[in-house]
Design a protein around this ligand. Structure first.
Ligand SMILES: *Cc1c(COP(=O)(O)O)cnc(C)c1O
Length: 472
């Protein structure tokens, strides 16, 4: 960079940028090309020059690197390494949110992973009936299990819960009316808004009741010859407290049956076992919902169920048959990997398996606070041993996440860390850049690593990630 005679600095020009060929001819760059490959090196150089060119044109590049320095070859190496890293990769969830949608929701049980890799690596009987040798149905692999675990007459699995609700409404209510309470017209994660899903199904939404109180009589008044479905929905990510009212499922079921309409429930995070002993009293068990007379219930596979992404639809045989034969079914059907993982996960709910021990989501939810604390103290000891003295255990509140039981809090604890010379933002960013990335949260200018969502096996990796960050 050349100072002008006035002392100001001349910004770099496009003509100052070197040719790729001349860069490739340099010894330091040739060494990089030998270590990786010439093609990869040339591609990365083109990328670097393109970025510099864009910076010059936008006036944001104040300075060009010294293309002949060792630092330049190092930067080139770093970029090649970065491009070689996969984009989607495992991370360590130290957020305290057990089912974190941004972090891929449920971690699968080892048995589910084994089942998944089995059918990934070899052909399978996905649509072959091994008894008759004839074409089978992919739906059959899990239908009986779902029926057994929920008491439903029939079941079918699609890509996710959003698809399940859309398919359910399309197949039963298109061109007709869907009645829903004003207190249950939810939006989840921005892209799922119940009124929009109803509109996309070709049905017309008839809102009844008020935000806080809706009664069975409100539904009853709205039912007419155009009504196809009474839709109940889990309010997932919010809770209305104070003076509230909503009809029981039994009341709605009676009403629906009396008028020959369908009672459907968008449950979101379905649970198959009662989680009340762990303080989660707001999550109805699917079997109770079926028992109460709901005709079709939809829930996710990768929320509290603890399985792969899937949308499970359980309920009346005639309605499930209608869904199975709907033209949209093919577009939203689930793939063999998810089916294998789902079947294996569902089997963990059957005796003699104990789902609370074998399904990671439930195990994390159910683990006693002392276990979480023990893990925190192990991490602290390790951090103190590797030159991070400012690390203490703090009490925290963990959450189930993914819209399930928003108001219910799990007692937890975190390791609160401060590293010399790094801000909380800086440390948090460095931990995200680690291999594997460690995702925590920031509170009062310190990084908190919640131990409820970290496994025992991950503690050592969290410790070395912190040590690496402190070393930089
Ligand atoms: C999460 C949720 C959905 C969407 O489920 P996906 O499996 O993510 O498609 C739908 N409805 C409710 C009530 C939910 O909580």
């Amino acid at each position: 960079m050349l100072p002008t005679k006035f002392g100001a600095v001349m910004p770099p020009k496009l003509s100052d940028l070197p040719q790729i060929q001349s860069l490739l001819a340099q010894q330091a760059v040739q060494n990089v090309a030998e270590r990786y490959s010439r093609a990869e090196t040339a591609q990365t150089l083109r990328q670097m020059i393109a970025e510099l060119r864009a910076g010059i044109m936008a006036g944001t590049t104040a300075d060009l690197p010294d293309f002949e320095s060792a630092g330049f070859a190092e930067r080139l190496t770093e970029m090649i390494e970065t491009y070689r890293r996969p984009s989607l990769m495992p991370v360590i969830n130290a957020t305290g949110i057990i089912i974190h949608t941004n972090l891929g929701r449920a971690r699968l049980a080892p048995k589910a992973i084994t089942a998944m890799s089995g059918v990934a690596a070899a052909p399978s009987n996905l649509e072959l009936d091994l008894d008759t040798g004839k074409r089978g149905s992919r739906h059959e692999h899990v239908e009986n299990l779902i029926c057994e675990l929920t008491g439903a007459q029939a079941a079918v699995v699609v890509n996710n819960c959003a698809a399940a609700v859309l398919l359910g409404l399309l197949a039963t209510a298109s061109g007709r009316n869907v009645i829903a309470s004003r207190g249950e017209l939810i939006e989840i994660g921005g892209s799922y808004r119940l009124p929009d899903v109803i509109a996309q199904s070709g049905a017309t939404l008839r809102e009844v009741g008020t935000t806080n109180k809706t009664r069975a009589s409100d539904y009853a008044q709205e039912i007419d010859g155009e009504t196809a479905v009474l839709l109940k929905s889990h309010t997932s990510n919010f809770k209305i407290v104070g003076f509230t009212a909503s009809p029981t499922r039994q009341e709605l079921a009676k009403l629906a049956a009396a008028h020959g309409v369908i009672l459907m429930e968008d449950l979101g995070s379905g649970v198959l076992v009662d989680l009340a002993p762990f303080g989660l009293t707001d999550e109805p068990v699917v079997a109770d919902i079926i028992q109460a007379g709901v005709d079709l219930v939809m829930f996710s596979g990768d929320k509290l169920l603890g399985g792969p992404q899937a949308g499970i639809i359980a309920g009346r045989r005639d309605l499930v048959a209608q869904l199975k034969s709907h033209p949209l079914m093919r577009a939203v059907r689930t793939d063999k990997l998810s089916l294998a993982a789902l079947e294996a996960t569902l089997r963990l709910y059957r005796a003699p398996s104990d789902p609370l021990r074998e399904i990671p989501v439930l195990q994390m939810l159910a683990q006693p606070l002392e276990e979480v604390q023990r893990r925190a103290h192990r991490l602290i000891a390790s951090l103190h041993g590797s030159g991070i003295p400012d690390a203490v255990v703090v009490e925290t509140i963990a959450h189930v996440g993914a819209g399930a039981v928003p108001a219910q809090e799990l007692q937890s604890c975190a390791v609160s860390i401060c590293v010399d010379g790094l801000s909380a933002d800086g440390l948090s960013a460095a931990l995200r850049q680690n291999d594997p990335p460690v995702i925590g949260r920031i509170a009062q200018d310190r990084v908190l690593l919640d131990m409820r969502t970290v496994t025992d096996e991950e503690v050592a990796r969290v410790a070395s990630a912190c040590a690496r960050c402190a070393d930089r």
